[in-house]
Ligand binder design. Structure first.
Ligand SMILES: [Zn+2]
Length: 274
């Protein structure tokens, strides 16, 4: 029996010595606990990183990033190329609103944001190349505009620029003079409390430099933009002129829009409204 006890003592001693011999690898219970804890944190962090990566992975054919704050893709029924022609519903948290706040969406704007849509379209520029266009419009005509701009694009109809008027600090004259086609810009009709058609996002101007707004005020011809004088004579033949034979005229009127070129008191050849 003594012999067994001696052997047992030896084994215990050997084991203890062996353990002690592993210098540097010995970890206190506290250290072991911390190590497990930090491994768990790292693992959790990686898991969360993986998750974030997955969430950020937007398919190439999906233009709307669902993670974008305050922006949600609009459902469209008659648009064929929804990757390039799509609408966004946006809120005050969105980057879109940041771009228009205090500019086209003026501080006195009474049009609720939920009534507006941001549209992404493609268009053929005067260089014959494809360009991206941005439009803010009323939700009531959002689907019409997506369809019309898709048809204009497919037909190769040339529109020089489709930028938000905010890029011109919401100054209409500057936007028109640069031949920019645009829609929403909040304003009341002069000396009234009635919102203008552009103010509610219900009107759009196409190639305005070539299709001016002309009105006779006190016997004087008022032309906007001011640099569009060469295009005031509508009997003259020049490119980008909107008249009844023009495709934009035909598509807009087919979608129920009225054309400013048909007005009597003034002529607004660039203008379509609903
Ligand atoms: Zn207009």
């Amino acid at each position: 029996m003594k012999r067994y006890v001696a052997i047992l003592v030896c084994i215990v001693l050997l084991v203890t010595l062996g353990a002690c011999g592993k210098d540097g690898e010995q970890q206190s219970a506290k250290e072991v606990g911390e190590s497990i804890k930090s491994e768990e944190i790292l693992e959790a962090a990686n898991e969360s990183k993986d998750k974030t990566t997955d969430e950020n992975q937007v398919p190439n054919n999906e233009p709307n990033n669902d993670n974008t704050t305050g922006e949600e893709k609009m459902t469209t029924t008659n648009v064929k190329d929804t990757e390039n022609f799509y609408g966004i519903i946006f809120t005050a948290d969105s980057d879109i609103f940041t771009r228009i706040k205090g500019k086209s969406y003026k501080d006195d704007c009474i049009v609720p944001l939920e009534d507006l849509r941001y549209l992404h379209v493609l268009h053929v520029g005067f260089d014959g190349q494809t360009h991206e266009g941005e439009i803010i419009c009323n939700k009531a005509i959002a689907e019409d505009l997506l369809e019309i701009f898709e048809q204009l694009y497919e037909a190769g109809y040339q529109i020089e620029k489709i930028k938000l008027v905010d890029e011109y600090n919401a100054e209409d004259e500057a936007s028109m003079a640069d031949n920019n086609s645009s829609n929403f810009n909040f304003r009341f009709i002069s000396h009234t409390t009635k919102i203008s058609k552009h103010g509610s996002g219900m009107a759009i101007d196409i190639n305005p430099l070539y299709n001016p707004y002309i009105k006779t005020v006190n016997g004087n011809l008022n032309i906007e933009p001011a640099n569009s004088i060469p295009y005031v004579d509508r009997t003259a033949d020049f490119p980008h002129k909107i008249d009844e034979t023009d495709l934009a005229y035909q598509l807009f009127t087919a979608h129920g829009f009225s054309w400013g070129g048909a007005w009597n008191s003034s002529k607004d050849y660039q203008h379509f409204e609903k």
